[in-house]
Design a protein around this ligand. Sequence first.
Ligand SMILES: O=C(O)CCC(=O)C(=O)O
Length: 258
Amino acid sequence: MGSILFKTADSEAVAFFRENGWAVINLLDEGQTQALQGWVNEVMAWRDEDGNWLHYREMTESGPVLCRTENFVPYHEGLRALLTEGRVLETANALLGEPAVLYKEKINYKAAGGAGFAPHQDAPAYRFVQQHISCMIAIDDADAGNGCLEAVSHRHAEVLPMNEDGCIRQDVVDSMEWESIPVPAGSTLWFHSRTPHRSAANNSDRPRRALYPTYNASREGDLRDAYYEQKFAEFAASEVDGSRVQVSLINDFQGKPV
Ligand SMILES: O=C(O)CCC(=O)C(=O)O
């Protein structure tokens, strides 16, 4: 199935999302996309020691590079407004079918040579909430060449059997039909927290940066602070696997540590 680029979260987009577990919606115009690219450049230049944001790095053939930043909304007005007001939040409300609130946010940078993500569902990594939805806002064009997301349609009803990393068991991965979902810069790919997804390494010479806000139903509470507290506590208590960078509460990221 080729992906349809919806212009807004209208009833057709909502129906597509409910049926497939994902939908691509073009939310930002050219000016907003350029502003987003500028804001992300600012975040990339932040020094680790100047705030409570979290930068993560991975080793590539050209040396250490940023692979993720999270917890940046308290420190960046433009990004805070983008993720907590206006069209992005309205789309989360429409697709979730009820008012939503920001649960967490991250930027995955996937620089040239950056690693991919093993097949997984997000729901097992999310504590405290039942109803959540994630969004990939493409900062650069994402396509099969630079490691765009791949997803499986119609498989968001349940949590699938997992391996010891909290990722989808190989026999289940092999039994499903995976589809690459290219997303042009400024467009958004919305996906259910149980939609199976993965991505390849970036084997091109172009970056594939993407911003990922996750929202939960606001009737379940404003849990963003609780999420980060729990995540840092679990990271501190977990045994470090020295072969990969730990960026998540499941071991989906394939990046090599610096
Ligand atoms: O950015 C990607 O390529 C995959 C993102 C993802 O699945 C994740 O961060 O859990």
